[in-house]
Design a protein around this ligand. Structure first.
Ligand code: KIV
Length: 280
């Protein structure tokens, strides 16, 4: 990563300054080519640990490693020039102590070139968030439905319907943003909680399954483009059916190979000089 490739990047402070302003557009990205396609339309790339389920076919995000996040985070930084790249800290890489969190967040920043890290948690993680931000690491928080806590929460259900749960989410959001988080993902909560949190905190909120009350929105790109069919949450809007298009392409390729229509003359290196294909 060269310094010049970083000069037009949207930074964490710029995202923070968008509180209450133009809505923040965020998408997940896990690879360089996808980051390249999305970059002109995206303020924040979240290299989410959802990649464990979406790309690797895992049952949850719990088995995602720091090495996986580093490899995908670096690819997204290489593939983009503008969006603020924020890489998820995977389960087990930050909960033990603030020192462990700093060590692993520093690796993510150094080895990927990303602009920020994201971690899940509320009141219990506030001290860690302040430790990281005081030491130069921009942190995005993540409250509400926290997939890394699926075993404690008992599933992926919407949060905040009960009064005590709603108050706990609000307290989590306050603690994390007061500790210095530059923005906050709110996942899978009822609209009233998203609205209360957004009104209560100074950092912009980025909702996923959290209504239009937030300062911005994020979707998993593979959900948004119809490339992940294992499970589509009710809050997802599909803007394309790329999975169907890929299947159509594969079916056409298969038919061509079987009928010996592919490769055709255009795809063949001939002996004759003027028909010779260049490799580049
Ligand atoms: O892991 C992920 O992709 C995320 C986003 C959906 C916010 O946390």
């Amino acid at each position: 990563m060269s310094i010049s490739s970083q000069k037009n990047r949207i930074t964490a402070p710029k995202i923070k300054a968008r509180k209450g302003g133009e809505p923040i557009v965020s998408l997940t990205a896990y690879s360089a080519p996808m980051a390249g396609f999305l970059d002109p339309y995206t303020d924040v790339f979240i290299v989410g640990d959802s990649l464990g389920m979406v790309l690797y076919g895992l049952d949850s995000t719990l088995n995602v490693s720091l090495e996986m996040m580093i490899a995908h985070g670096a690819a997204v930084v290489r593939g983009s020039e503008i969006a603020c790249v924020t890489v998820d800290m995977p389960f087990g890489s930050y909960q033990e102590s603030r020192e462990q969190a700093f060590r692993n967040a520093a690796r993510l920043m150094q080895e990927t070139g990303c602009g920020a890290v994201k971690l899940e948690g509320g009141v219990e993680m506030a001290e860690t968030v302040s430790f990281l931000t005081d030491r130069g690491i921009p942190v995005m928080g993540h409250v509400g439905l926290m997939p890394q806590s699926v075993n404690r929460l008992g599933g992926y259900q919407v949060r905040g319907r009960k009064r005590e749960e709603a108050s706990a989410i609000l307290a989590d959001a306050r603690a994390i943003t007061e500790a210095g988080a530059f923005s906050l993902v709110i996942e899978g909560v009822v609209a009233s909680v998203a609205s209360d949190v957004t009104n209560a905190v100074a950092a912009p909120t980025i909702g996923i399954g959290a209504s239009a009350e937030c300062d911005g929105q994020v979707l998993v790109t593979e959900d948004m483009t119809g490339m992940f069919n294992d499970f589509t949450p009710a809050f997802v809007k599909r803007y394309a059916e790329l999975g169907v298009e890929i299947q159509k392409a594969a079916a056409a390729y298969s038919a061509d190979v079987k009928a010996r229509r592919f490769p055709g003359p255009e795809q063949v290196f001939g002996d004759n000089n003027n028909r010779k294909k260049k490799l580049s």
